[in-house]
Design a protein around this ligand. Sequence first.
Ligand code: PEP
Ligand code: MN
Length: 373
Amino acid sequence: MKIDLKIEPLESWIQAKSNPLLIAGPCSAETEEQLVATAHLLAQTGKVSALRAGIWKPRTRPGEFEGIGSIGLEWLKRAKAETGLPTAVEVANAKHVEEALKAGVDILWVGARSTVNPFTVQEIADALRGVDVPVMVKNPVNPDLSLWIGALERINGAGITKLAAIHRGFSSHEKSAFRNEPMWDLAINLKTAAPNLPIICDPSHICGNRELLGYIAQKALDLDMQGLMMESHIDPSVAWTDAKQQVTPAALAEIIDRLTQRQPEVKGAAKDVMAELRAQIDKIDDVVFQKMGERMQIVEKIGNYKKENGITILQVGRWDEILNKRIAYGKALKLSPEFAEKLLELIHSESIRKQTEIMNKEQSQPQEKLTHA
Ligand code: PEP
Ligand code: MN
């Protein structure tokens, strides 16, 4: 799938101070001192391109700190005046948009809990109509690429062309080392659908802890994401929100320094080596596809035979046998059991789909004739 977004490049609205581009700041603005002091330390690292801070916080339960509110806009103004850092806040309704714009906030972002709701996104988009301000759209809480794309389309449809996506991971009921599962394939699919859309990774909300931040940030760079948004607090141990995932500005600078930069473009001698290896891969992929086609033709024969002889499509014993045999074979070929199983499941479900088609053909034909009679 391709989506058509009218996009201005990231460089046209944010000046990168470092590679990767870094937007940083506390999860929440708590006090004027905390915000301004954090901003100064972040600016001093020389690596930060914009200051983030939440002032309206979407909290799961009432009674938790729900953000300092509009007064935080004044603190952001002061932080910007003293450090020169452009500012960014989360907006979740039309009133937030109006107030943030009036206060001169430079970049707005739509949070994960807002992206899930098309009404909310449309309200934000309508409030943005006719305004030239950069907007970043976080992925929805749930792993639904269409919802993410839909939100980007709504904001873009309101005339916002300084647009970026933020990948902050997805809710999952499965136990994991992460607060929000990265599910990188969704971000990769978004990139494939809209190659001109910048994607910024938010390792803080993916990790939910400090320890894995560097690992996720590196992975984001290796997937050619355009920047990072990371939470940083002058004293994370006393942060009012998301304390476990925030780091001091100094610790953040260290994480950034440890990242390895890799080239997205292949140049020079590497180009020949890559071309040769890719040609080998293409050849093998051709064979895989050819064999897959042959396999499916046999599946059709089996389907016809089963139909003629009244045999069920699925025979659990046969499936278990295929699975176990192939996973063991895969292991010998250095294929991970997870990969072998996923691949077999994909092939198997296509085989079942084909055979079901064959079975149903016979049953539905007389009915069709009847209705046409
Ligand atoms: C945040 O950036 O502090 C935030 C609330 O993030 P998310 O919308 O990703 O949960
Ligand atoms: Mn947060």
